[in-house]
Design a protein around this ligand. Structure first.
Ligand code: ZN
Length: 338
């Protein structure tokens, strides 16, 4: 189905994947809606600025708009998945089911989102001056510009009150779905996946994507946790792998391939970092030059958001390799192979 709001596909009996048009950029999120036993459950309702589109989408699909939702549930905290949570509360009385570790941040939800969007102090530490200082200034200027003003400025503190928390290993009964909560940290330190054993559906969030899953050190992400998650998710044989962006994955074999591809993205980047720094010799490289050395043409990637994610994910690898003693940080900061 197609509308002003975006597109939707019915993936299985009672299950829809909805992609809402993002007025602020090209990145689209997969929102999943399931109706069973008369209850409508929505997984990852999307950006703060696509709520109206979600309302129309749910209505046109025949699910009764936001008012028809009986439960909201989230794979992780990121703004494209959970950014709308507090705002939805004003329009829906349905409970929000969230991972218990997120609970401390819920009373100031928009401030939490603003902190996650602020990469400036990480940038200052990760890049050699003057580039680091310049990039951090640019990041702050973008945030302070009217267009991308903080969520707190735009919408207030955004307390998400009355959320229902769940723990790892718990089984949630939402409508006719049974959802087992699976640990899926890495892309977000509080990322989970949901396994529906009866139908063999795996709601995997951004743990598996068609592109390298971003690992952003300033948001507390971690490469090692992420690799453990991939190992864990490789153990599932879903009929439907329901991922946060791109096309859903059909069948166990495709799922294994998708997880293997995500693992390869990680090992390729790690090997790329080690070989580029090995080639640079004792002087090493700063993070910017290292990233340039890792791109196919030695050029900055476009659009700038893609380059920012590339810098961050490479930075996460460098931090990890420094921790395990494979790399050493020298003046700059630059890194060289030990
Ligand atoms: Zn996402």
């Amino acid at each position: 189905m197609r509308g002003e709001w975006g597109t939707s596909v019915c993936l299985a009996d009672g299950l829809w994947r909805i992609k809402l048009k993002n007025p602020r950029g090209h990145l689209m999120v997969n929102t999943f809606a399931h109706r069973g036993d008369g209850a409508l459950v929505v997984v990852d309702p999307g950006w703060p600025w696509t709520i109206d589109a979600l309302d129309v989408a749910l209505d046109e699909i025949g699910l009764g708009g936001i008012a028809g939702v009986d439960a909201w549930i989230y794979t992780h905290t990121h703004v494209d998945h959970m950014g709308a949570a507090a705002l939805l509360q004003a329009r829906s009385r349905a409970p929000h089911h969230v991972f218990e570790e997120i609970a401390p941040d819920l009373p100031m939800w928009h401030a939490y989102q603003d902190r996650m969007a602020d990469w400036a102090s990480w940038i200052e530490g990760a890049f050699a001056p003057p580039r680091g200082a310049m990039m951090a200034r640019a990041a702050r200027a973008r945030r302070d510009a009217g267009e991308s003003s903080t969520m707190t400025d735009k919408y207030g503190p955004g307390a998400l009150s009355g959320a229902v928390t769940f723990a790892l290993g718990e089984t949630l009964r939402l409508g006719s779905m049974k959802l087992e909560v699976v640990e899926a940290r890495g892309h977000d330190p509080r990322h989970v996946a949901f396994w529906e054993p009866g139908r063999r559906w795996l709601f995997a969030g951004d743990a598996v994507l068609p592109v390298p899953t971003p690992i952003t050190p300033s948001m507390g992400d971690d490469v090692v946790e992420y690799e453990r998650t991939l190992e864990r998710l490789a153990g599932f044989s879903p009929e439907l792998g329901l991922i946060g962006h791109g096309t859903h994955v059909m069948g166990p074999e495709r799922w294994r391939e998708a997880v293997a591809r995500s693992s390869r993205y990680v090992t390729d980047r790690r090997e790329g970092v080690m070989s580029a720094l090995g080639a640079a010799g004792d002087g090493g490289l700063d993070l910017w030059s290292l990233c340039l050395a890792l791109t196919p043409e030695g050029k900055v990637l476009t659009p700038s958001s893609r380059w920012a994610v590339f810098l961050a994910t490479t930075g996460a690898h460098v931090e990890r390799l420094e921790e395990d003693g494979s790399l050493v940080r020298v003046e700059g900061p630059r890194w060289r192979v030990t």
